[in-house]
Design a protein around this ligand. Structure first.
Ligand code: HEC
Length: 231
């Protein structure tokens, strides 16, 4: 939990600094670091006498920029620094909002782009699915509870085969990939309700899963390629 919170806290700080993390890690040599450090300091002005508000904002930004720089280049904060960071972050963002900031959301197109960058681990997906591994916020998912009983929900066993052989052969899914179908089923379950079901799947998973956890669940479902009993 502490680690997750730290990651979230740092995300918030990075977002606050307005600097994309992407290209930072390329430049961690002594020269590049010196140049970057100087550039940040020169860019931000500190006129405490005449514009205290702006100066404070810049002070905050410079600190965040430096922290991001250090983290991107491999600095590992110690316990005291982590506690301080968490305390500060929680003083202006609620824990719920922090957790939500980590969640995958419900925008399918955006999620599919994010998933391209992530390797899904089917074993971890299985643990999540069976409630043996906590999801975002510490609670467990109830997937298996419903999906073990065909009268309640489409069965887990054969899920991939069913998507492949039945769902995706329907005209409305002509341009869907397996991944898109599964992602939509999980974060927007009401988008399509298969025959014989009543729309019981909760619309909460966009708020309970990180991108990594969703990738793991999809990888687990992809492994469910058993033959279908009646089809
Ligand atoms: C309360 C019961 C319930 C829970 C909990 C639940 N589901 Fe479902 N799920 C359903 C039902 C019912 C459907 C069929 C659509 C409907 O009626 O809502 C469904 C549909 C699906 C489908 C599409 C299957 C198909 O053949 O088209 C997938 C994939 C899926 N669920 C995955 C999950 C995952 C992953 C979780 C956990 C994160 C989960 N479900 C949690 C009840 C549930």
């Amino acid at each position: 939990m502490r680690k997750t919170l730290l990651a979230i806290a740092l995300l918030v700080l990075t977002a606050a600094s307005g600097i994309a993390q992407d290209d930072a890690s390329e430049n961690c040599g002594a020269e590049a670091l010196t140049r970057q450090q100087g550039a940040f300091a020169a860019y931000l002005t500190f006129d405490f006498a005449n514009d205290a508000e702006q100066a404070l904002a810049n002070l905050f930004r410079l600190g965040a920029l430096y922290q991001t720089m250090a983290l991107d280049c491999g600095y590992q904060p110690n316990e005291v620094e982590i506690d301080r960071l968490l305390e500060q972050t929680l003083s202006f963002v609620s824990l719920d909002d922090l957790i939500l900031a980590q969640a995958v959301g419900t925008d399918i197109d955006a999620i599919l782009v994010e998933l391209d960058e992530v390797y899904g681990d089917p074993l971890n997906g299985q643990l999540l699915y069976n409630g043996l591994e906590p999801a975002l916020g510490g609670g467990t998912l109830g997937c298996a509870g419903c999906h073990e009983n065909e009268a309640v929900a489409p069965l887990t066993a054969g899920a991939w085969t069913r998507v492949d052989a039945i769902r995706l052969t329907q005209p409305e899914f002509a341009d869907y990939s397996h991944r898109e179908y599964l992602v939509e089923s999980i974060v927007q379950p009401m988008a399509y309700i298969p025959p014989d079901y009543a729309g019981l799947m909760p619309e909460i998973y966009g708020r309970q899963l990180t991108t990594q956890q969703l990738a793991d669940l999809v990888a687990f479902l992809d492994s469910q390629d058993q033959l279908l009993e009646d089809g």
